[in-house]
Design a protein around this ligand. Structure first.
Ligand code: 4EH
Length: 229
């Protein structure tokens, strides 16, 4: 019996999902609330982790190890790195990295630690499925690399460094750690983000203005993915 984890980082990212579920059971565990429901006959567990790689690691691990989820989909917003991306555009992660993981002093590349990898690849089947969902919705979705770090990026210099170093399309603060958890626990994962800002000097104002609407765009797509899984 499959059990799907649907995760976000902020309350605003999961609110549209909970609204769609209607009724659910709430469980408090390890500083998070976990919302369990049956959605069109599929068992789902929804949670927002709180911001950053540590909190998202805890929540992803809990959804898998404690609640028994065997697949994880992340819905949220992101800063644009690719200049072609605009507010509201959708990005599906092909692979993810941690842009603030740095032991280059020992000659390693940015984002690498021994026995780790610079990139963690997302589940190819769900990436394929997203193409079908996108065409059904008449939406274009960009597949690209997502770079994750424990900082809200609000300057061109850092953004451009992330573009040059990781060839990232978008950046955020949780996907890269969720990817490591799911990969280690052999759970297929799918990370979808809708652009809320351009990770530049205006990022915080843009983020505040578009968080809610962009989170809804991402959540609608993810729920359509669940319908097809
Ligand atoms: N430019 C950017 N850089 C890094 N991450 C992002 C994101 C994605 N999310 C949103 C949120 C920003 S921090 C936050 C937000 N609101 C209040 C407090 N902290 C964090 O969960 C990461 C969107 N734009 C980003």
């Amino acid at each position: 019996m499959q059990k799907i984890a649907i995760m976000g980082a902020m309350p605003e990212e999961v609110a549209p999902i909970l609204e769609k579920l209607g009724s659910y059971k709430t469980t408090e565990y390890a500083g998070n609330k976990y919302y369990e429901a049956s959605y069109k006959g599929i068992e789902v567990v929804v949670a927002y982790s709180k911001i950053g790689k540590v909190f998202s690691t805890l929540t992803a691990t809990t959804m898998i190890e404690h609640f028994g989820c065997d697949r994880l989909l992340f819905s949220g917003v992101a800063g644009a790195v690719s200049p072609e991306l605009k507010v509201g555009d959708l990005v599906v992660a092909t692979k993810l990295s941690q842009h603030d993981l740095d032991i280059t002093a020992f000659g390693h590349p940015y984002g690498f630690v021994p026995e780790g990898a610079v990139f963690v690849e997302a589940d190819k089947d769900m990436i394929e499925l997203s193409k079908k969902v996108a065409s059904k919705m008449g939406k274009s979705v960009k597949e690209g690399i997502i770079a994750t770090g424990d900082q809200f990026v609000a300057n061109e210099e850092r953004k451009n460094w992330i573009l040059e170093t990781f060839d990232a399309s978008a950046l955020e603060m949780e996907g890269g750690s969720v990817a490591v958890v799911c990969n280690a626990l052999n759970v297929p994962f799918f990370i979808l983000r809708s652009i809320s800002d351009a990770a530049d000097m205006d990022a915080s104002f843009s983020f505040d203005e578009f968080l809610e609407s962009s989170a809804i765009i991402s959540a609608e797509f993810v729920m359509n993915m669940v319908d097809e899984i």
